[in-house]
Ligand binder design. Structure first.
Ligand SMILES: Cc1cc2nc3c(=O)[nH]c(=O)nc-3n(C[C@H](O)[C@H](O)[C@H](O)COP(=O)(O)OP(=O)(O)OC[C@H]3O[C@@H](n4cnc5c(N)ncnc54)[C@H](O)[C@@H]3O)c2cc1C
Length: 537
């Protein structure tokens, strides 16, 4: 057996890489292991055909440049570069109208006003009110290990902003939108915006998610060169600090000694020891049921892990196009700016479509086609050969299609045709020879590639069933410490959840560093102290 490491991390998704980078900079000798041939998980960029770069498992990276780890790890020095296109989101309707979200808030208000003056005023009111709540509470919470729920409630109850947050979050997103906004299209757009985050629209406790999205300073951003460039920058920082990332390895088990996690065994029998910690960026079933033996994970832990739930509404179908020219939207004849929209949503016309989408997911049938995506090369020509383009659309679909995920193998191609048919109604040049090459991916393809995204759940676990904050993934394993000594969790199944935020890994680094008695070289915010200060005005 080789000399022991200080720590071993399972899975090299972006959260694991963020954790690794912090601990490598703390002087620890850490190894990350991944079964995929390339590290980075959802930060994947594939060339198909050569020269056409497609971002298959994430493209819209929200507020990345405002993340503490982006700055602390000097990722721009390591080659990462982000842009935040101005017309950030456009919901284009069949009749040529469009609801638009701009980085300039005034322009967003103007767009809302074209649909409803009352809704434009509601937008202004809610963004004004939620700006400080996002800055002083929600951002702080996402960037620190979660507080115990009673303590959180007590601390928030001491300030006006905290009380307002508790009051608004008691609603569901659906209730919030129905109560505060009037126009059918505005309501549909706001809910879709929220649905992108895959919070169940009917869930009480998430009423704040829409005003928080509206108020946040930073919008959707993209990584120049493709999403994989962010993973490459993280790996570059890890290597600069003597860290090691190994890909293409199958992990057989987590090794334990006297009830403590002490390393891993690979499927070829190699044993890798870690005398400080083992961290898992995988989901709870993989970590506690597949990789820990029954002696190390008590029946209670196994029961809790096996109950961890995934999002019904998160799985996606993807359509990726290589093009001779960008999509040219019919609606842009009157509104030229639409041909420069970053995230484009089509097929969503009415608020009532949500009920149909939810019902389709519950019954395993195909929902009405609502698509969202982008043409990355409009903003970054380096992602295709000179003069050529790439574009993609995603659609929410059920994992178990007509009762079985296997049905996707036969249906994915025809679903791709439906997607391009709907898209071409809005951008007719896509049916007129602009497409050079296309490929599709189903929720089953997602799960095959990243088994942690169980049932195609790209958020690695739902937010209902009490799986939020201190209780994510389950009571007793929140705050990143698993109920096995020396074992930690750091992936999307921990607080604050899936998507490219890096915050699960960032918060896990804080907890592991504290447990190992390492001095911190970075300056994390601490929710408890920040909320105390807030209550003192
Ligand atoms: C089609 C699609 C589109 C998406 N679009 C966006 C988007 O635009 N914006 C956004 O923010 N998010 C998006 N997401 C979600 C985002 O990709 C994930 O939420 C995010 O990548 C989760 O990060 P993570 O660090 O938890 O782990 P992951 O990125 O999932 O990485 C986990 C790693 O673990 C490895 N692994 C899994 N099982 C094992 C095993 N048994 N042994 C060893 N290694 C293993 C995997 O190979 C992978 O590298 C999208 C996801 C999909 C599927």
């Amino acid at each position: 057996m080789a000399a022991p490491y200080d720590g071993v991390i399972l899975g090299a998704g972006h959260n694991a890489l963020v954790l690794h980078a912090y601990l490598a900079r703390s002087g620890l000798r850490v190894l990350s292991l991944d079964r995929a041939p390339v590290a980075g998980g959802g930060l994947a960029t594939e060339e198909d055909p050569p020269g056409f770069r497609h971002n298959t498992h994430s493209f819209f990276h929200r507020a990345i440049t405002a993340m503490p780890w982006y700055r602390d790890l000097e990722l721009e020095r390591h080659g990462a570069r982000y842009i935040e296109p101005e017309l950030n989101v456009a919901l284009i309707l069949e009749d040529g109208r469009a609801l638009q979200w701009w980085t300039d808030r005034n322009k967003t208000v103007e767009s809302f006003a074209e649909f409803s003056g009352d809704d434009a005023r509601a937008l202004t009111r809610w963004t004004d009110e939620f700006d400080p709540i996002v800055e002083q509470i929600l951002r702080v919470e996402a960037q620190s290990p979660p507080l115990e729920p009673d303590r959180r409630r007590e601390l928030l109850g001491r300030s006006a902003a905290g009380r307002r947050l508790l009051e608004v979050s008691a609603m569901s997103p659906l209730e919030f939108v129905e109560r505060e906004f009037k126009h059918d299209v505005v309501r549909a757009g706001l809910l879709f915006f929220n649905g992108l985050r895959e919070v169940d629209l009917r869930l009480n406790g998430f009423g704040h998610s829409i005003p928080a999205l509206l108020a946040g300073k930073h919008k959707a951003q993209m990584c120049i060169g493709g999403s994989a460039r962010l993973a490459e920058a993280l790996i570059s920082d890890i290597r600069e600090h003597s860290g090691d990332v190994r890909t293409g390895v199958e992990i057989r088990s987590i090794l334990t000694r006297d009830g403590r996690a002490v390393g891993v065994e690979l499927s070829d029998g190699e044993r890798i020891e870690a005398n400080g910690f083992v961290a898992s960026g995988l989901n709870p079933q993989q970590t506690f049921l597949d990789l820990l033996d029954a002696d190390s994970a008590t029946p209670d832990i196994r029961r809790r892990a096996s109950r961890f739930q995934y999002n019904l509404l998160a799985p996606l179908c993807s359509l990726h196009l290589s093009l001779t020219e960008p999509p040219r939207y019919r609606a842009a004849e009157r509104r030229p700016e639409l041909n420069r929209a970053f995230m484009v949503i089509v097929g969503l016309e009415h608020f009532s479509q949500f009920t149909d989408i939810v019902r389709a997911h519950e019954t395993g049938t195909l929902p009405p086609t609502v698509l969202w995506g982008a043409c990355p090369t409009l903003f970054d020509p380096s992602q295709a050969p000179p003069g050529k383009h790439t574009a993609f659309m995603w659609e929410k679909v059920p994992y178990a299609l007509r009762g079985s995920a296997e049905n996707w193998n036969a249906e994915i191609e025809s679903q791709g045709h439906t997607m391009i048919e709907v898209w071409s109604r809005f951008a007719p040049n896509l049916a007129d020879g602009a497409v050079l090459h296309q490929f599709t991916r189903s929720p089953v393809d997602t799960e095959r590639k990243f088994p942690n995204m169980h049932h195609g759940d790209l958020l690695v676990g739902s937010f209902d069933h009490d799986q939020v904050g201190f209780h994510r993934p389950f009571p007793g394993a929140g705050r990143y410490r698993a109920p096995v000594a020396g074992l930690y969790l750091c992936g999307g199944s921990t607080h604050p959840g899936g998507n490219i935020t890096g915050l699960c890994g960032y918060n896990a680094a804080f907890v592991i560093a504290a447990d190992l008695g390492l001095g911190l070289w970075w300056h994390p915010v601490e929710a408890e102290a920040a909320f105390e200060r807030l209550s003192q005005g």
